[in-house]
Structures are given as C-alpha cells and as structure tokens.
Design a protein around this ligand. Structure first.
Ligand SMILES: *Cc1c(COP(=O)(O)O)cnc(C)c1O
Length: 523
C-alpha cells in the first residue's frame, strides 16, 4: 500500500511534486520530518479485512425473520491491526498543543495549569466509579463534595444559592436567563428585551436569543467600560435585564457595577453577570455585594479543572435571593438553619423549592469536575484563592507593561488591567495584521493568543497569562512577542507566510467552512 500523506503527496510522486518543495528541499520518502510525523485519515490507512482481533467466522444462515436486517453492503469501516490503530491515535495526539506542553495565552479562556493533586482526588475509586443511579444513601461522600463545593461558591460570590448542574459557561448562562424568565413570569410581566454591552462575549447575546429575548446593544465608553448613561437611558418596562461580563472582555473591571445593578433593579429588571473571568477577582470581590442576580462560574477556568480537549466544562450558576426560588433542580442553597443543603426533585415541595423552572441536565452535573474543583479550593484555602487573583492580575500587568512599547495597548494609559492584557494592530504597516503575529507565535512554539476579540478593538490581541506561568516563562513569551511585533512593524515578508516550522503552513482561514469535505470519497 502506498501511504498518502496529509498534503495529498505520495512518495512515488517524487520531491518535485511535493507541495512543500519550494520551502523545504530536504524531503523524506515517508513524508515525516524527523519526529514531526504525518498522519493520513484512518480511512486512508485502513484495508478491508485487516483487523486487530480474531473472530470466528459467522454462521451466515439466519432465520428469514432476521434476514431483512442483514447488511446489504460491507460496512465502510477502516481495517487496521492493533499497532496501526494505536499508532494512528498516538501520532494524532502528538500534533496537539496542550497546557502540559507550553503556555496557552488565550484571553478570556483562563487556560491554567491543572494541578495533579486534583487528578489524584478525582480518581479515588469511591468518586470515580460511582454510578449516577446509585441510591443517595450509598453516595453520601459525593453529596458531601457537592454541598461543600456549593458552600464555597456561595461564600466566595456572596450569593444565596447555586445550581450545580449546568455543564459549561454557556449552559450556565442559559440557566440564569431561564431563572430571570421564570421570575418575570411569576410577576406576570412579559419583558422581551435583554441588554448586552458591545464588548460582551458572543455567548451572552446567543443565550438571550435562545431563551426568546430580543437583544439590544449598549455601547462602550472610550475607556472600554459599559456606558452607564446609555444603559440608564434604555431601561424601561420592556427590559428584562442586562448581561454584563465583569471583569469585562477588555480585561477591565466594571467600576460602575453597583450603580448598574441599582439602576436595572429600580427599572424592574435583573442583572446577569458573566462570571467566566472570576479568576481575576476571586477572594477579592463578592458579586452578590454588587447586586448581581445570577452568575455562572466556569470551574474549568477559575478553579483549574481541565478544559478544551482535556475534559468537560462545568458551569455552576449562583443566584441572588430574588432568583433563588426559580433555580433548577437539583438546587443547592443556604436554608433557614444556616446550612447549605441540596434539594432534589422528590424533596422540592417539602424543602420549599416548588417554583423551580425545571432541570438543566440529568443527574447532578459534572461530578469529576466537582471533585477536582473542591480539591483545588481546599488546597489553596481562602488566602490562597485571593493570591490566585492577585498573581493572575500581576502577571497580566507584567505582560501589558512589557509589550506596550512595541504594541498599541488601547486601554493601557487609563490604568492597570485585570487578568488579561489587550493590544491592537492599529500601528502596523499596510498589509500586516494581528493574524500574522498569531501565526508567528506558532513558529515560536506558543499557542496563539485570542485574536479579533473583543470586537470593540481593531485587530484585538487578548493575552491572559494566568497565575500559573512563572516569570521566566512570561519573559520567554514576551521576548517572542517583542520579536514578532518588530517583524510586523518592519514589514518582514516572511511573517506573512508564517508558520514555517509547523506541520502545515499558512492555511486558508475560511475554506474548511466554505467548502467542507464531510465524507471521505476513497481513492
Ligand atoms: C469561556 C467564556 C464563556 C463560555 O463558557 P463555556 O464554558 O466555554 O461555555 C462565556 N463568557 C466568557 C467571558 C468566557 O470567557
């Protein structure tokens, strides 16, 4: 069999026909370059009849009743031996970039180190092997984890209760907005408009629209914060509420949050706070004190549980006293006895939680993330969590001040940032943009930062180092960024075609979306 490598090249085509011939004259017969291994699709690798297991020949005589279920054509499964299958996935895994390989400076995503202690705790058999249908009385330890974590989240945010079941940030937003909807319905009010600032994360308007609200934008000030006067001017009897990210996506704290909440409440609305950036203020600010009614917490950001390819998300939603009665089941809240209790569906009526809008998920949520998050919280303690916020903000300001001389920092002059530093490509020469710096970072061995978000800044580069990067690691990243900024400013043509050292060079940004190849045709 002749291997087709992923650029559509076969050894017998010869070096001259290799698409990368111009840039890399030293081609190999295999298509691999040293330890950078090419990997075709599994369907290109497989051969009919090849298999990793020995199965006895099947007796093909079946009863007429069953014969109609018989497959008409051979199943289009790739046939591979066991070592071929293992190597296929291992080779693919090596093409991935991961937080265990290097920094992931993605703004807004809070890609921090996942402490191994969390992993050890999550693997304790009593937690890891627990069946979701196990009777409550045999799962007391798991319930204790949920209750303890809920108590920490309620305490850290200064809120009344928490719905632990939402499975990620966006799912938590939906949960919070459905609580607002249920509260308005209970008041017999039909408010249709959700206000969303210009700098909002894209999930905010998407969530509100999904829940049936119409979206109206609130502009940002030149300082990158919500325009309070514009917000106040728009409030009225048709406004259900506002969704505000704080700290916001420009990496700034919304200083007027209390005034915003008071104004929205006076107008009969509710305040949803997107708490994905809680990492920057955990242990320092309690959103409940500011007047927030609902906020999701990304355990996979603030509390270090793995995300992206590494694990599922988890997005508990804390609720104010006003929204608590509508929280989905199962629901966790501080009860009259002062203790945090979990209310399950069968106990809702007797435990005084009969106005719940329903459920967000089967069972109690992402149990594996709860054990990890609680391990993280307990190993840091209250003072350690405060230091998390302080170090995350310190690291981001170190990046901001180290790069503002070479990159335009639109809000750098107005003061320090929170947990992420924002730059723009405003002063780049014609033809050079944020995209070139991002591609150059791949050659430098870093995952690119968040690009072109938030939309309020031209060619945004949003960098969130998190508290888990050392000064030495930050200095390495800063040196690469300074070099890339200089190459962009000097219009270095080689930057336009970066990355040069990655398995693939500059890809068409839109072709995969415009002309998707959804099935393998063979050949
Ligand atoms: C990550 C993020 C979200 C969405 O959270 P998911 O867990 O990815 O669904 C929402 N808002 C902001 C500001 C975020 O950073």
């Amino acid at each position: 069999m002749s291997a087709v490598n992923a650029v559509g090249w076969r050894p017998e085509m010869g070096p001259a026909q290799h698409p990368e011939h111009e840039s890399s004259p030293h081609l190999t017969a295999s298509g691999d370059k040293g330890l950078m291994l090419e990997e075709p699709l599994i369907f290109e690798l497989g051969r009919p009849g090849s298999t990793g297991v020995d199965i006895d020949a099947v007796d093909r005589a079946v009863s007429p009743a069953l014969a109609r279920f018989r497959r008409k054509a051979q199943a289009a499964l790739p046939g591979l031996t066991e070592p071929e299958a293992v190597r296929h996935y291992t080779r693919l895994s090596r093409q991935n970039y991961a937080i265990d390989l290097g920094p992931f400076p993605l703004g807004s995503c809070t890609m921090k180190h996942n402490p191994r202690l969390n992993e050890k705790v999550a693997r304790i058999a009593g937690f890891a092997d627990l069946h979701p249908l196990a009777p409550q009385q045999t799962a007391r330890g798991a319930y204790e984890v949920i209750n303890q974590l809920a108590e920490w989240l309620i305490t850290l945010t200064g809120m009344h209760g928490v719905a632990m079941s939402p499975k990620a940030g966006a799912h938590g937003e939906l949960c919070g907005v459905l609580c607002i909807k249920a509260a308005l319905e209970a008041r017999g009010e039909d408010r249709k408009v959700m206000l969303v600032p210009e700098s909002a994360h894209g999930t905010n308007p998407a969530t509100a629209a999904f829940a049936g609200f119409s979206i109206e934008n609130i502009p940002a000030t030149a300082e990158g914060r919500v325009d309070l006067a514009a917000l106040k001017a728009r409030l009225g009897p048709d406004v259900a509420g506002v969704m505000i990210t704080n700290p916001n996506t420009c990496g700034l704290f919304e200083r007027e949050m209390k005034a915003i909440c008071d104004a929205v409440h006076d107008a009969g609305g509710y305040v949803y706070c997107d708490g994905a950036n809680f990492n920057a203020i955990v242990g320092k600010v309690r959103p409940g004190d500011l007047g927030v009614d609902a906020m999701h917490i990304n355990l996979h950001k603030t509390f270090s549980t793995p995300h992206g390819g590494g694990g599922p998300g988890s997005g508990p939603v804390v609720l104010s006293e006003a929204l608590s009665p509508f929280g989905p089941l199962p629901y966790t809240a501080r009860m009259a006895d002062g203790v945090v209790h979990l209310v399950e569906e069968e106990d809702a009526a007797t435990m005084g939680h009969s106005q719940s809008f329903g459920r967000m998920a089967a069972f109690n949520g992402q149990m594996g993330m709860f054990t990890r998050a609680l391990a993280y919280i307990l190993s840091h303690g209250a003072d350690g969590l405060r230091q998390v916020a302080e170090d995350a903000v310190l690291n981001a300001n170190y990046v901001l001040r180290s790069l503002e001389g070479v990159l335009e920092a639109p809000f750098g002059k107005t003061g320090p940032c929170m947990h992420e530093a924002l730059f723009s490509d405003e002063n780049f020469p014609e033809g050079f943009s944020t995209l070139d710096v991002a591609k150059g970072l791949i050659d430098e061995g870093f995952h690119p930062m968040t690009v072109y978000f938030p939309l309020v800044v031209h060619g945004a580069m949003l960098i969130e180092p998190t508290e888990t990067e050392s000064k030495a690691g930050l200095d390495r990243f800063i040196a690469s960024m300074r070099s890339l900024a200089a190459r962009a400013k000097n219009a270095d043509p080689s930057l336009k075609t970066a990355p040069h050292f990655a398995p693939r060079h500059r890809l068409d940004e839109t072709q995969a979306a415009r002309k998707p190849v959804l099935s393998w045709q063979g050949g």
